[in-house]
Design a protein around this ligand. Sequence first.
Ligand SMILES: Cc1cc2nc3c(=O)[nH]c(=O)nc-3n(C[C@H](O)[C@H](O)[C@H](O)COP(=O)(O)OP(=O)(O)OC[C@H]3O[C@@H](n4cnc5c(N)ncnc54)[C@H](O)[C@@H]3O)c2cc1C
Ligand SMILES: NC(=O)C1=CN([C@@H]2O[C@H](COP(=O)(O)OP(=O)(O)OC[C@H]3O[C@@H](n4cnc5c(N)ncnc54)[C@H](OP(=O)(O)O)[C@@H]3O)[C@@H](O)[C@H]2O)C=CC1
Ligand SMILES: O=C(O)C(=O)Cc1c[nH]c2ccccc12
Length: 470
Amino acid sequence: MNLPHRPYLRRPPLLLPQLPSLHPLFLFLFSVDHPLVPATASSDGVYIDTCMMAASRTMWVNGPIIVGAGPAGIAAAACLHTRGVPSVVLDRDDCLASLWQRRTYDRLRLHLPKHFCQLPGMPFPDHYPEYPSKHQFVAYLESYAAAFHVRPRFRQSVVCARFDSAAGLWRVQASDDDTGVVTEYIGRWLVVATGENAERVIPDLDGADAFKGPVSHVSEYKSGEPYRGKRVLVVGCGNSGMEVCLDLCDHGARPSMVVRDGVHVLPREMLGVATFSVAVFLLRFLPLRLVDRLLVLLAGLFLGGDLARLGLRRPSHGGPLELKNSKGRTPVLDIGALEKIRAGEIKIVPGVRRMEAGGAELVDGRFVAADAVILATGYHSNVPQWLKGSDFFSGEGYPKVEFPEGWKGESGLYSVGFTRRGLAGLSLDAVRVASDIAAEYHTTSPSTRSSSSSMVPQPTQLVPCSQAET
Ligand SMILES: Cc1cc2nc3c(=O)[nH]c(=O)nc-3n(C[C@H](O)[C@H](O)[C@H](O)COP(=O)(O)OP(=O)(O)OC[C@H]3O[C@@H](n4cnc5c(N)ncnc54)[C@H](O)[C@@H]3O)c2cc1C
Ligand SMILES: NC(=O)C1=CN([C@@H]2O[C@H](COP(=O)(O)OP(=O)(O)OC[C@H]3O[C@@H](n4cnc5c(N)ncnc54)[C@H](OP(=O)(O)O)[C@@H]3O)[C@@H](O)[C@H]2O)C=CC1
Ligand SMILES: O=C(O)C(=O)Cc1c[nH]c2ccccc12
């Protein structure tokens, strides 16, 4: 494939300050029209290496290119803004925090107390409850983005990012899936903020095609209403599986939940105090393993000692925080599912051996009848699908370097939101990343500086999902 000739890219990075890129009009002057190359993802959703694709437009970004407009990307852009660094935030979707706006159920609430979930520089409103609803959380994110002038460029699905070592620059190709227009963003810094939940995990269940009912992923689930009176097999027993089962019960459905392995269930609160707050407090004095032991002990006291008998035995290796930090297996913070399990309204079943027309054969030989299947089987990172030529991320799409050092890679590469520590973890990353980039940004030649984001392309208008859908 012929690459468009872009002579300025061959210049060494040190010459960049002299480039006309520093003028806001540069983008438009240097936007190059190229023949369109469509198809950025194969039909089965697997990304193909499109790095060599000819872009229809090219944009120089005077500041970091941030991929992802979830809490991590927004927080990074906000922290940069407060340090006088403009940035461009790209997202494949058409609204910010699309995980929260589009891929979560109606009754969802934050399950950690709100002060652990606020982003840097702006607390939640005082009138918010201790555990804000997802609608409140999204409203907070919208006002956060507005307050820090973060206006993501939507419908920009990043299909490839590669460091051009000859130019000392990142080249990020993003495709508008509606129009097929491919834009190449070029800049000195790349911030990866696509998250731990970028893609759904869809297990390859034996005989899946034989099953006659609907099969969906929990990210499509809104409420139990369509399942009223139905037998639903929920595969997976993380927080999603548990809360969806609870919601199904509340809507008159009959859920069975597949628990194939051990799981840590903790009460969300003990005597009115958040278990998470207790853990954070204890961690100030005690090693993590000891805190984990205490948590399990306390959970036994507050939840009852019969969890294993209910089919919810604890993992044989690793405590709740240890498994969260090392494997990303989040302990379940119970908000009522346990009561329904005890009451027999949620049935616990072991792993699925194979699907059949009317349900599933289980690994213990039993059969569970089902009218529908909901896969609450989790998510995975998608970084390896689009970040090329860098070995900073593992094959699973997480920084190889352990927390808290995984925020900085090589050649201006950064990550925000891969700490396995939720919103608090990504806030920490965002502050570190922004401080580091700001120091570099402000020590380069004064002509490269821009005190406002006006030096970057005018971002598209922020569109709330609710509007975009109409
Ligand atoms: C149901 C649910 C509830 C949760 N509740 C809590 C909680 O209460 N407390 C807590 O601390 N944590 C919670 N978490 C953890 C969660 O990871 C964070 O809340 C948060 O959303 C992570 O933010 P993020 O920006 O890293 O990722 P995301 O919110 O997933 O945002 C990533 C963005 O990147 C975009 N993107 C992905 N790939 C591309 C691409 N190739 N090109 C362009 N854009 C792309 C996506 O569209 C998305 O908008 C929860 C997670 C889930 C799934
Ligand atoms: N209120 C809140 O704040 C909520 C927060 N969340 C968060 O969202 C994130 C994602 O949670 P969630 O969607 O529950 O995903 P998780 O990754 O936490 O859980 C996935 C579950 O699916 C199981 N699983 C995966 N594949 C199979 C299979 N083939 N057969 C049977 N079981 C399988 C896993 O079991 P195994 O462990 O054996 O692999 C695990 O129990 C977490 O961080 C969670 O805390 C989610 C919902 C609500
Ligand atoms: O809800 C999530 O997915 C989170 O990542 C929040 C979180 C961060 N650290 C934890 C430890 C125990 C339970 C939840 C979390």
